[in-house]
Design a protein. Structure first.
Lengths: 290, 695
């Protein structure tokens, strides 16, 4: 798809390697995924917590992300309840970040000279993180491949200096570069292992769990316990473990939501409970660092 | 004479911010020049690309004169210190001042001589402050900088008379250079004037003037459509948006698999237009085709962009098709009970509760409209079911419409499907109003239930906030009634709706719901009438005796009067009323007496009184005749036809007779006339604008 010369397919794992190399060469720490279920790469403390405060920070990492209600039992060619994001966070946002980003695309098989790369307004907001930013969805020939955001607020705190966040949708990019119309047909490595060989069964089982079998009472109770634990940790000035518990509570909430157990009216209440925790975590984190 | 040219280079600025800044800053610059009395050519403008905001003025004077000005100093008899202070503050010697008499006494004056000021200098000094004045609807910070702007501002090019106009704005310095490539922000180029700037970019394929860009896109869309025999119906809002997200537009024709045309047309259109910003295409018979236009920002040398665009649409339609197929086979009737799990609003129950209320309201309306109760109840039962279906989750703006499609594919009768499909309409002042009785009934019930519910919870919109879109709801209600020429017993329906809530143990203060909702609906009706161009005094008069059950009649009376008020019949009509009313009014105030409108014919002294009395009687008889009951034009003509009798009366009869009994009887006659007018509506507040006629 790229051009005749570079016909070789870039596999899923190469896409990750290439992005890691590219951003490592540009001074980013290459971190590993956070080991708690999260809905997006933004939730990794390397983004949320590190975007707070005056210190410089440059990091990149892959983050498996879970969105229970997006599951389709592995039957939909474009939807997954578990997928990967590649996340870059740089503070303060560099002057040439747009060029850096565009150049990173050529490392994963997207040549900006032959594709129509567009920056479409997309102001981002995460109610659960008390976060907001201004930026774009980056489109490649009409397909969204990356979120490009200048953080303005995180955990309810005004960001200063401002961080820039790049979130690459790895499956979409690979589908595009490998010209696949089904996410499960993505080539994972050169030996012919496909995405479905690794994840099809997961999608089936987790969809079944998220939509049909998740125990509602158990999860509501768990939410309460997690919140209680997080609050107690905050009282004891331990924002990092408190943050873990907030993330877990957030994931439990997402499962309850996909299970249809949360009414529209209740939703706002739960979201604000998580936001309050995260906000407190942010403040404590800033305090503890001093 | 010089040209002023400013380019603000940013990362991609969203279309709405581009447009605002373009208009607002041009105005700021213009006002500044006007305020300083700096002359310029009236052909000034601002244009933009996603990355460049450009402001252009020409024929600006290079120097302008700051006019002489007399400044008053201290009084002549003031102490010495104040004079010295004045001289010091102006930095002048005593020779420069003179004495002048004023009404307040003798004062020292100083005349500041006129001086030449360089326009460039004054612009240089003021540009940072002027730029600061732009009010962004949304703004952001980036990096370590203090500046807050719509999107990161990277460079400022500012030219005056061929050289750079230098100023500092936060961390940025203006210059005569700009970045030539929007994506690398490395290579720069120096420019001497606007023409060379425009030409340079033209050669690079960039159309910097958004007006030219729009035209170019439009022409290309039209060209291909003509060749292919398409029916091109350009979405102008989309065209404006697209114009502002590309700098070198090319139009390409793309297609998708024909099999997707089985998906509801609205889903395809929304996918193509709203989600992908492409233009859907139909044939001459307005059937949607499996083609679309894409406006791309680059030469598609290898056809890769077209291929990419097509595969995105394909993926999205595959998604939609999956849900469409799944949902349409899910029996709507079986799903009704699951509405219990969907909350309608905290305090107003769930959607199953709402469905039950709708069904009852519909049953009352079906009696009023003489339509099949069974069909309407069926429609109300399944109306909200589509909220449970994935496709509506994906396309929430198509709620109702998709319900209609699902109902159709499950073999419900045509009118049931139509009612489900249209029951959210009209959704605003300019939205289409359903015409079918079943749709009217369901839509009316839906809106009434919502209005009563939210007013019952006292969640009344404020002047600035209307989070539950109750205004739109009320406007919808009004449109349903007026545009379908219907009269509904709204008062009773509001009561019934309260009762239905009550049956579900949701209790409202009925009286306050009634009062507040009435006031709210009157306000919306007022707005609606204003939009229809009805004169304010007519609107006010028509609403004096407001009755919720009479919205259609109230509107029609106002509308008919408005149509004739400037014609002869209207002038006559108002004159008749005003002549009688004015005398009556002043006498009523003087005598403190109340007139009932019961003149005694035995007391008449002249034929003019008798004629007027007889005419009024005739009119009253006609007014109540069955033929004229709903014929407001004729009613108005009838009132205007009093002209001769009224004129004769006032020309020949003196109301203010010495005999108090006769005088009172004449005033009673005039009251009788006014009362007759009241049968149409209260004309007191109608302004008599015809000067020629006078009273």
């Amino acid at each position: 798809m790229v051009s005749k010369k570079t016909k070789k397919l870039i596999t899923f794992q190469e896409t990750i390697f290439n992005l890691q190399n590219y951003w490592s060469n540009h001074g980013c720490l290459i971190l590993q995924p956070y080991d708690v279920e999260v809905g997006a790469g933004t939730f990794h403390p390397a983004t949320t917590l590190r975007s707070l405060g005056p210190e410089k920070w440059k990091a990149a990492y892959v983050q498996p992300s879970r969105r229970p209600s997006d599951g389709r039992y592995g039957e939909n060619p474009n939807r997954l309840q578990h997928y990967y994001q590649f996340q870059v966070l740089i503070k303060p946002s560099p002057e040439n970040i747009k060029k850096l980003f565009l150049d990173s695309l050529s490392s994963i098989g997207i040549d900006k000279n032959v594709h129509d790369i567009r920056f479409i307004e997309d102001d981002w907001e995460s109610p659960t993180l008390g976060a907001a930013g201004l930026g774009w969805e980056v489109w490649c020939d009409g397909m969204e491949i990356t979120q490009f955001t200048y953080f303005q607020q995180m955990a309810g705190v005004q960001c200063s200096p401002v961080s820039v966040e790049l979130t690459y949708g790895l499956e979409r990019i690979c589908m595009f570069v490998q010209e696949k119309s089904n996410v499960f047909d993505i080539l994972w490595n050169k030996d012919g292992t496909l995405y479905k060989d690794i994840y099809k069964e997961n999608e089936k089982q987790f969809s079944k769990y998220n939509f049909e079998l998740a125990n509602i009472d158990y999860l509501f109770n768990t939410f309460e316990s997690l919140e209680k634990e997080a609050k107690n940790l905050l009282l004891n000035k331990l924002p990092l473990p408190a943050y873990d518990h907030s993330l877990k509570a957030s994931h439990v909430f997402n499962i309850l939501d996909s299970r249809g157990a949360i009414s529209t009216a209740q939703r706002a209440g739960y979201i604000s409970r998580i936001r309050d925790l995260v906000k407190e975590v942010g403040l404590k984190w800033l305090e503890e660092k001093k | 004479m010089s040209e002023f040219f400013l380019e603000l280079f940013t990362e991609e600025m969203p279309p709405s911010l581009q447009n605002n800044a373009k208009i607002e800053f041009l105005e700021i610059l213009k006002n500044f020049l006007d305020e300083k009395k700096i002359s310029y050519n009236k052909l000034y403008y601002s244009i933009s690309t996603p990355n460049r905001l450009i402001f252009y003025f020409k024929d600006i004077v290079e120097e302008f004169e700051k006019k002489t000005e007399e400044i008053r100093g201290p009084r002549v008899d003031a102490n010495k210190e104040s004079l010295e202070g004045f001289l010091k503050s102006k930095n002048i010697s005593k020779k420069k001042i003179f004495i002048k008499k004023t009404p307040k006494g003798e004062f020292y004056f100083y005349k500041i001589p006129s001086i030449k000021v360089s326009t460039k200098k004054i612009l240089q000094e003021n540009m940072p402050f002027l730029l600061q004045r732009i009010k962004w609807k949304k703004s952001m910070k980036w990096g370590n900088y203090e500046l807050s702007w719509g999107r990161p501002l990277k460079s400022i090019l500012c030219l005056f008379n061929g050289t750079s106009l230098n100023f500092v704005f936060y961390h940025l310095k203006s210059s005569n250079k700009t970045f030539i490539n929007k994506d690398d922000e490395i290579k720069t180029r120096t420019f001497k004037n606007f023409v060379s700037y425009k030409n340079y970019f033209k050669q690079a394929g960039v159309i910097v003037d958004d007006r030219e860009r729009k035209l170019s896109i439009k022409k290309n869309l039209e060209k291909i459509s003509k060749a292919k025999n398409f029916n091109l119906n350009i979405n102008l809002k989309l065209l404006d948006e697209i114009t502002n997200i590309v700098e070198k537009p090319k139009v390409i024709l793309c297609s998708f698999d024909k099999k997707f045309l089985e998906i509801p047309r609205e889903v395809i259109q929304l996918t193509i237009e709203n989600h992908q910003k492409f233009f859907p295409i139909s044939d001459k018979k307005n059937n949607l085709l499996n083609y679309f236009f894409s406006v791309i920002d680059k030469e598609d040398k290898f056809g890769l962009i077209k291929k990419g665009n097509e595969s995105v649409v394909d993926a999205r339609l595959t998604d939609a098709e999956y849900f469409w197929k799944k949902n349409k086979s899910q029996s709507m009737l079986k799903y009704v009970s699951k509405l219990e799990n969907v909350n309608y609003f905290n305090g107003l129950g769930n959607y199953l509760d709402k469905t039950k209320r709708l069904k009852n309201l519909c049953s009352v309306i079906s009696d009023e409209l003489l339509i099949s109760k069974e069909k309407l109840e069926l429609a109300s039962t399944i109306a909200k079911v589509d909220l449970l279906f994935d496709l509506v989750n994906e396309f929430p703006e198509l709620q109702g419409v998709l319900g209609g499609y699902f109902a159709e594919s499950q073999g419900f009768e045509k009118e049931v499907c139509l009612a489900v499909s249209e029951h959210y309409l009209p959704s605003g002042l300019n939205s289409r109003t359903p015409k079918n009785n079943y749709s009217i009934a369901l839509s009316l019930s839906d809106k009434l239930d919502a209005l009563v519910g939210f007013f019952g919870l006292d969640l009344v919109p404020t002047s600035s906030k209307d989070p539950y879109a109750l205004r739109r709801m009320a406007i919808g209600l009004i449109k349903l009634i007026i545009e379908n020429k219907k009269s509904f017993k709204l008062k009773e329906m509001i009561d019934y709706s309260c009762q239905l809530y009550n049956n579900q143990s949701i209790n409202f203060d009925r009286k306050s719901v009634h009062t507040n909702l009435s006031i709210f609906i009157i306000d919306r009706l007022k707005n609606y009438m204003k939009e229809k161009g009805i004169r304010l005094d007519i609107i006010e008069s028509s609403l004096i005796d407001f009755d919720l059950n009479n919205i259609f009649v109230i509107f029609t009376k106002a509308d008919r009067l408005n149509k004739i008020i400037k014609k002869q019949v209207g002038i006559d009509l108002i004159e008749n009323y005003k002549r009688a009313f004015n005398i009556l009014n002043s006498e009523t105030q003087l005598q403190n007496e109340d007139y009932k409108g019961s003149a005694d014919p035995a007391l008449f002294k002249s034929n003019f009184e008798k004629d007027l009395f007889k005419k009024i009687h005739d009119i009253r008889k006609n007014f109540t005749s069955i033929n004229l009951e709903n014929d407001y034009d004729s009613q108005l003509s009838l009132l205007a036809s009093l002209k001769k009798e009224v004129e004769n009366f006032f020309d020949n009869v003196i109301v203010n007779d010495n005999d108090v009994v006769i005088k009172k009887n004449r005033l009673e006659l005039l009251k009788m006339l006014c009362n007759t007018f009241d049968k149409y509506f209260n004309f007191e507040k109608i302004e008599f604008l015809n000067e020629k006629a006078g009273i």
